[in-house]
Design a protein around this ligand. Structure first.
Ligand code: ZN
Length: 202
């Protein structure tokens, strides 16, 4: 399986990092070794001094597809959750300046904690709020209606380039409010008022 992550999909987050609003979805991959399940703790890697949390809505692909039309995209996922796209911002900045790929900044072990999956029906029927609490304080809030490219557009776009397979995950981008994590932080993700993810930073 593969993890597809969409970058710069919320205007307020693109702005906080001084990135331009993209005219087509920006995406990158993480390997399956990035996944943390069952609220496993996250260990800050030695290679970074500036790891940021990015809270994102995640969908799971449930059938094989290529060149999927937008109107059929809702048939290609039935479960969703929240995930964290941990990012070594110092390394990412260095890669950006040198025009290098982002894997060292984005694809390291443990960089993709995943919450509990629930039915994606509510998402297909309307907009959902989600939020990240850091040590009990509200740190990120988002609403799926604020995505620059919605989930159907993302599925249609990405599937032009790579076949989507059962079990593939799509991280759909983070809203504003990303911040550096420190040892001892507790990150909790709520979707539509329901806690789906909790991650301790070590
Ligand atoms: Zn992200």
């Amino acid at each position: 399986m593969k993890i597809i992550c969409i970058g710069r999909n919320y205007a307020d987050h693109a702005k906080e990092l001084n990135n331009a609003i993209p005219s087509s979805p920006v995406f990158f991959l993480k390997p399956d070794t990035a996944i943390l399940r069952n609220n496993a703790p996250f260990f800050i890697p030695n290679h970074s001094n500036d790891v940021h949390h990015e809270l994102e809505l995640v969908i799971k692909i449930n059938r094989l597809g290529k060149h999927i039309e937008e109107k059929f995209a809702p048939k290609y996922y039935s479960e969703m959750t929240l995930g964290l796209d941990f990012t070594a911002r110092d390394i990412q900045q260095d890669c950006k300046e040198k025009g290098l790929p982002w894997e060292k900044a984005k694809a390291f072990d443990g960089s993709a904690p995943l919450g509990k999956f629930i039915s994606a029906e509510p998402l297909k029927n309307g907009d959902l709020n989600f939020e990240l609490l850091k040590n009990g304080k509200l740190q990120q809030t988002g609403n799926t209606s604020d995505m620059i490219f919605n989930i159907n557009q993302i599925i249609a776009y990405v599937s032009q380039f790579m076949t989507l397979k059962i079990g593939d995950l799509i991280y759909t981008g983070t809203p504003a409010g990303v911040s550096k994590v420190e040892k001892g932080d507790i990150l909790v993700g709520n979707l539509d008022g329901q806690e789906l993810l909790s991650c301790k930073v070590l």
